[in-house]
Design a protein around this ligand. Structure first.
Ligand code: ZN
Length: 455
């Protein structure tokens, strides 16, 4: 099963493969007391009824994903991520699923190498380590993975010294270099390497951003420093095996074949084919076995875009990133539930203006403690009323009382960029249902970095 599933994923169409794996996935899930009780007897006997099944979260209903345990398997790996209640959410994996997943990664990476006609050895440097989530399932399948820590100045100096070595492994001639890490880590690394010219010496083949949202500015900077690299934007979460890659051409999410993605209504557990909804994943057998997540709500909102990626992946679901549901106020307007604003496009709108102040890149390092290169400083507050008000406290990078005309120009420009980025907000404002108020201040304490994902 492992063998054939992994092989089919590399070759076949995604939805066909998912349809093939789904019946076994549900059959396996029914061996788990949690799902048996949650589903009852009647539903999803043959895989056609996936949409009928309830959506689960980390802790609900009835214990949620945390209560899922296969009685016949033994966990070998523990991963932890932050729970909404402050208690860590613990995710276990069994040797069987780790083997199946490892096989899949190996075949995917082999397939990619054949397509690219690449036979040089790879050395992969990553800033993602087990310290983040307790255990690690490889982000990429590469034998030579080196972890770089970027916690402080010493770490950074060590990383640069290591990357500057004439050879990484004895006898490994001219390896292909890859980097992966969180967007801020990658930007810090790029900035440091560019100062010594090491960016050109290393000439990485791929730069993979994980664990957080890579903004357009960050992406453009990485592409500038590493012109030979393919920039890969991964949308993943530590607790789900599988996720999506943001497409460089259509800019939508293309989902991994080994998970079943669904966009589910904001009002019910029904799937939607267009508009903003909740991002729900079903992990497919055999790639998740001890604690398989079926209809798991990631807490992210996405927009289902019908036919959005037809030029790249005809017939497959594709979606645009909207942001964390917990950070997104929802309202009912014209009979439907909509987000007041879209956090990720809002962040892009704020970042597009150099007038908006930004957080330092990283507080633990002397240089990056002062370079304002991280998320823009903005605090959104939604005040229900008649009409509702969306107050955005935005820190600007100059003193508004000294530049009153410029301040007004910035306000006008930001307002129109934000409304263009958030269609629901534009509709609410147009219909008189919501007012958008921009409070511009130079007080850097007035707003925290506008984080849209994070660990
Ligand atoms: Zn695409």
């Amino acid at each position: 099963m492992t063998h054939t599933a992994a092989e089919a994923i590399v070759r076949g169409s995604k939805s066909r493969l998912r349809a093939r794996l789904l019946p076994r996935t549900l059959e396996h899930a029914r061996e788990i007391p949690y799902y048996r009780e949650l589903w009852g007897d009647s539903v999803a006997r043959d895989g056609r009824g996936l949409a009928e099944l309830p959506v689960i979260g980390k802790a609900a209903p009835a214990g949620g994903a945390a209560a899922v345990r296969h009685p016949g398997l033994t966990p070998a790996v523990l991963l932890h991520s932050s729970g909404t209640t402050g208690t860590p959410f613990v995710r276990y994996r069994s040797p069987e699923e780790i083997a199946a997943f490892g096989e899949l990664l190996r075949r995917l990476s082999e397939g990619a190498r054949q397509r690219l006609g690449e036979d040089r050895p790879i050395v992969h440097f990553t800033t993602i380590s087990k310290r983040h989530h307790g255990g690690a399932l490889n982000v990429v399948s590469v034998d030579r993975t080196v972890t770089l820590s970027l916690m402080n100045d010493n770490d950074l100096a060590k990383a640069v010294a290591l990357l500057g070595r004439p050879e990484f492994f004895p006898g490994l001639d001219k390896p292909v270099v890859q980097f992966s890490g969180s967007p801020d880590d990658l930007v810090i690394l790029a900035h440091t390497l560019a100062q010594s010219g090491l960016n050109e010496v290393l000439a990485p083949r791929t730069i993979t951003a994980v664990a957080d949202y890579l903004s357009e500015l960050q992406r453009a900077y990485l592409a500038d420093v590493f012109p030979t690299a393919r920039i890969v934007e991964r949308y993943t979460m530590s607790e789900v095996t599988g996720g999506a890659t943001r497409c460089p051409s259509c800019r939508l999410l293309h989902f991994d074949a080994h998970v079943q993605p669904d966009v589910v209504s904001l009002d019910s557990d029904r799937p939607v084919t267009e508009g903003v909804g909740r991002m729900v994943f079903t992990e497919l057998y055999p790639f998740s076995q001890y604690q398989p997540l079926v209809r798991y709500d990631t807490g992210d909102l996405v927009e289902a875009v019908p036919g959005g990626s037809d030029s790249c992946e005809p017939g497959e679901l594709s979606a645009a990133m909207v942001g964390r549901r917990a950070l997104t106020p929802l309202v009912t307007h014209r009979g439907r539930t909509i987000p007041v604003f879209r956090p990720i496009p809002l962040r892009e709108a704020l970042e597009s203006s150099p007038a908006v102040a930004r957080a330092p890149m990283y507080g633990g390092m002397r240089l990056y403690d002062v370079i304002p290169g991280s998320a823009p400083l903005c605090r959104p507050e939604f005040v229900p009323g008649t009409p509702d008000r969306l107050e955005l406290t935005v820190v600007i990078a100059f003193a508004p009382h000294l530049y009153p005309d410029h301040t007004e120009a910035v306000r006008k420009e930001l307002t129109s960029t934000i409304l263009a980025a958030c269609p629901e907000l534009a509709e609410l404002v147009r219909d008189g249902a919501c007012e958008l108020i921009l409070l511009l201040t130079a007080d850097r304490r007035a707003a925290a970095p506008f984080a849209v994902r994070g660990y």
